[in-house]
Write a protein that binds this ligand. Structure first.
Ligand code: M6R
Length: 366
């Protein structure tokens, strides 16, 4: 059942090219430069009237939501708030007519996310969900659903569910952008072409597996890790830290790179490996200078980059170099080394990768 892999988690990491292709399959209308979401449950006119969007989820699905905010605000120009489900449901949220809740849940059974969905609908908001498990409670109780089609995820640490959630959110943002007139057919077509090239690029990223295993070997004895990212890479820093905590039991924190000076820099010494997400984008230089600051304090840097230049190479101890894609889709690719670092560190430490202590795959109680 593990298909020759040592753990379900590794199998699921390697399934991502196929899983992402399945999330996209049958949903593109290339002739019209649009996206088709078969079970969205909301008519174009309703989508056009949305004033605000609340993305609500827990854990890894919440991290996907944080990236989704970038997608929707950029492509559809609708303001988005991202909430942790257990926080949303207890604060008497201001949501109602004209608002759309987007619930994200791999299992579709997470108690807090289900309660948040009920709260949003009871207050008059519409709700669509992004779920992996077909016909799950959250999928059934929503006005519409976008299934991720990742296939069963057995490993407690979410991997392919996360990257397919990112793709589903991107499809939703493209659709909203088209309906609302903020995205032209031509721009949509261009983004879709990039989406279609993702599975191949994920395969290329997976070829870095043994290099990442070596990096894991170098840093496995660390007691704490810091993960830094900016913009849509900040949620990936959070996700990298969560993966490591869950399966290797090493304490890890994700931080926005620009916040480092405001506190966490005090932690830096040679015992704290810092994973820095530094793909080429608008803030590349700023992130590289954060790396230099870490190094100047004796910290050790693991850089995850694209087209690394001399200054980046000089400022890191280990480098993972990924293929390039658009800034929007880069979080899908940077997720791969986050998963593999956590996986290999956990295997080297001998923990139970698929069934980490104290965790359940689906959290159906509060
Ligand atoms: O099934 P859900 O997506 O609703 O689950 C949410 C979280 O419990 C889940 O993502 C959790 O954080 C994972 N163990 C992360 O790897």
């Amino acid at each position: 059942e593990k298909g020759g892999y040592r753990h379900f988690m590794l199998k699921e990491i390697y399934e991502q090219p196929r899983a992402v292709a399945d999330t996209i399959a049958g949903r593109l209308k290339d002739d019209e430069g649009d996206v088709y979401l078969e079970d969205l449950g909301l008519e174009a006119e309703e989508l056009g009237r949305i004033r605000r969007i609340f993305i609500i989820a827990c854990g890894t699905s919440w991290h996907a939501g944080l990236v989704g905010k970038f997608y929707i605000e950029k492509l559809a120009r609708v303001p988005v708030e991202v909430d942790i489900a257990s926080e949303f449901r207890y604060r008497d949220p201001i949501i109602g007519e004209g608002d759309l809740a987007v619930l994200i849940s791999q299992s579709g059974e997470t108690a807090d996310t289900l309660a948040a969905l009920r709260e949003a609908r009871a207050k008059g908001g519409k709700a669509v969900s992004i779920c992996n498990v077909v016909d799950s409670s959250i999928a059934r109780e929503s006005d519409g659903v976008i299934y991720t089609h990742a296939g069963p995820e057995i490993g407690v640490a979410s991997t392919k569910a996360f990257t397919t959630q990112l793709v589903a959110l991107y499809l939703l943002a493209l659709r909203l952008g088209r309906v609302r007139g903020t995205l032209s057919a031509e721009d949509c077509r261009r983004q879709v072409a990039e989406l279609l090239s993702l599975p191949r690029k994920i395969e290329t990223a997976l070829e870095l597996d043994s290099a990442i295993e070596e990096i894991a070997r170098t840093f496995v004895s660390a007691r704490d890790f810091l993960y830094l990212g900016r913009g849509n890479q900040y949620p990936i820093a959070l996700e990298g830290a969560l993966k490591l905590k869950e399966i290797s039991y090493i304490h890890a924190e994700g931080y926005p790179a620009g916040e480092m000076k405001h506190g966490p820099i005090a932690l830096i010494d040679e015992n704290l490996p810092v994973v820095v997400l530094a793909p080429r984008n608008e803030t590349y230089e700023k992130v590289v200078s954060n790396m230099e600051e870490v190094r100047a304090r004796g910290g050790r840097v693991i850089a995850v980059a694209t087209r690394a230049d001399e200054s980046l190479r000089r400022s890191c101890d280990a480098l993972v170099e990924l293929p390039e894609t658009t800034d929007d889709l880069m979080p899908v690719l940077t997720s791969i080394p986050m998963q593999l670092i956590a996986y290999h560190v956990a295997v080297l430490k001998g923990t139970d990768v698929d069934q980490p202590r104290n965790l359940a795959k689906s959290v159906t109680v509060e």
